[in-house]
Design a protein. Sequence first.
Lengths: 651, 202
Amino acid sequence: MRPAVTAWEDARRPRIVKVDGDFPGARLEKMWETAPGLAGWISSVDHKEIGKRYIITAFVFLILGGLEAMVMRWQLGGPNQRLLSPEQYDQLFTIHGVTMIFLYSSPILTGFSNYLWPLLLGSRDMAFPRLNALSYWIYLAAGLFIYAGFVTGNGPNDGWFNYVPYASKAYDPGINIDVYALGLILLGISTTVGSANFVVTFLRTRAPGMSINRVPILCWGTLTASVANLLAVPSVSLAFFLLWMDRQFGTQFFTTSQGQPLIWQHLFWMFGHPWVYAIVLPAMGMVSDALPTFCRRPLVGYTPVALATVATMALGFGVWVHHMFATGLPSLALSFFSGASLIITIPSAVAVFAWTATIWTGRPVIRTAFLFFASMIVLFVIGGVSGVMTGSTPIDWQLTQTYFVVAHIHYVLIGINVFPVVGAFYYWFPKMTGRLLSEGLGRWNFWTMFVGFNLGFFPMHIAGLMGMPRRIYTYAPGMGWGPVNLVISLGALLFAIGVLLFLINIAVSLKRGRVAGPNPWSAPTLEWSVPSPPPPYNFAVIPTIESRHPLWEDWLDESPARSRLTEGLLLDRGRETLATTPLDAEPNLILEMPADSFAPFILTCGLSMGFVAALFHLWWVAALGAVILIGALIDWFWPRRVHADMEAADV
Amino acid sequence: MSEAVYLDRDLPVAGLKRNSVGWWGMLCLIATESSLFAYLLFSYAYFAVRFGPRWLPVAHPSLRLSLPDTIILLSSSAVIWWAEQGAKSGKRSQHLIGTAVTMAMGVIFLIIQALEWKSKTFGLRSGSYGSLYFTITGLHMAHVVVGLIILGVVFAWSVAGDFTPRRHTPVLISSTYWHFVDVVWLVVFTTLYIAPYIWASS
């Protein structure tokens, strides 16, 4: 007999206690820690564990994408190189784009947000810990799925934008495009569940007192990106689903005879442009939160920066046609989207001015992390200006399909994503591992990457102006593009050496780095109030927040109120955390958090089985995958009565 | 230790209805699924505008099956609301009957949809209209099937006596999803069946 419903604990008045040595941490440790060994590794739902996995996996993809780029730069370093055949080059530049855009740039930010959010927000985990694990496993599965295609020579080979009719069965008869289509639909599921988790976590699991105007900007960035993902990802998943139907079941969506090839580009970029902001806004948020620490003052213009983050994304849904200026659309449409593309510089510039003013009016302490964050401002401006240029239709007609656009996209994505991310490693690595990265090696790391990047990518603007088209596997000597390409390739090599120095720094510092302590930077936000690395339960008691800078209150002395970090709600009847109201963060619910679970992993196995089976039309295998998936869901949602057994433990 | 201090109010343990994180999660799911249908209907509009009225295989799609079918699905929203009232007031039989009737109406909707599919003179491959028609309605039917599974699970929990007038969050979450499936159908029906009448006459 299951216990009767009345065994539920309905409501409770939680105690407020002071942290005193091991109390209540020792008791919480037992409830929250993950079991050792493989079983614990697979079943863990700890956001810190999942965050680290996201970060490591995404970084591996960054290295793979970088190696692919190096091979291409070898090929393009001089005219008439024969390292790669045209077919190989096609697959290589496609997988490079797919890797960097989909498997690196978004997941790395998801990883940092996963790790940091509950610590920044004063919570013990995300709102849906198992969904978090599911999001990671599906991401890993999608990455392996696409790369399995690539290593067997069946990877996507029509560019990451995958335009039809090239991508249709008639012109691309292998399974390459099907691998891409199914892989991205799978990845879309991961992105969607992860985004839903961020949205609900932001709205419901902030510490009491952390009202909506006290939330760190990183959380604003990831929230904005997550809402955008919920609304935009269905577009690309649908586009790939329709393309797969065209290729496998003879539907007529994109066919030249009865369909509309151009709607591929609409669906792709209606997703693609919001996505571009989704992979930079959280990184901009990291800069907004971490840069002020090194300037020894709060961020200038918190409210405008938070609002500009949201405004950028809102406008970002109305600019997709600027990827399609050369497709013969009516001039009214071109004017509208060109105007929108120029207007979007206004909210983007708000952040730039805020960061500059923060440095200007602060007392900057130059550390490696600071260098990465500050240099990002420069790269953002360069990438932004080339973006404004191509936002103007006549200039775009001149420059589209040239290396100028390649230069732009790399300034934006490496400048606003990779540089802040490496800076974030220097900043938060001590929190994650308990040890600081080496500053000496860090300087070499920064200057090599910065010089290499600019040497490698700035000349691409010039190559583009000289008329060099993108996506070509080689060029003739008479074109005069040889010298500039040699410089680009050498710059890329230097940049790669910079990344290698970074990896060496990590390897060395993991073992021998200086011990960090809880707050090595004297930083203002909540994650620095807990030990490094944080215990599995994050906070022994739920803190109460009175300002945007809980750890700087004594020093800034903006008001007499002080956040309470060592005295707060004791929630210790099993895994529990506090839910609060969405705007004012008033306590309104005790959340029961799930135990570690195999369901997310098993669900992913079933789902992946279904996708592999769909690729090869093995419908019985797909049905088996569906059965496994449903079984995992039944286990997931099975009602559990934790509190009936917990009553006795409470004294 | 000195005297114990407590928060100034009682907090519910685990979510109650609209206060539960599960319900907020469902809203996120509905937001993203609504977007999916918005993009499908955008595609439909795009094709219609590009090709003009001759794109439609039949100028006026027949309402003989689709209109009663629509009425059945939309009324099921009222029935699941009535079932939810049962759960709220502790009348388990009302909740069970209401959920069962809703599920029956969902199944009838699917059967009539199957007949509607059979009655079509065009196929999935015969042209882009057919491709879109069967994809949109097919994806909607898949959502109905998912709704039926969810309602089935909630029905089983209700039989097991899991719900009380105070605690029945899964009832709220599942009925919210069901209302969503119905509203989506209303929009799909209006686009695929009603709009051509207005379009062709203008």
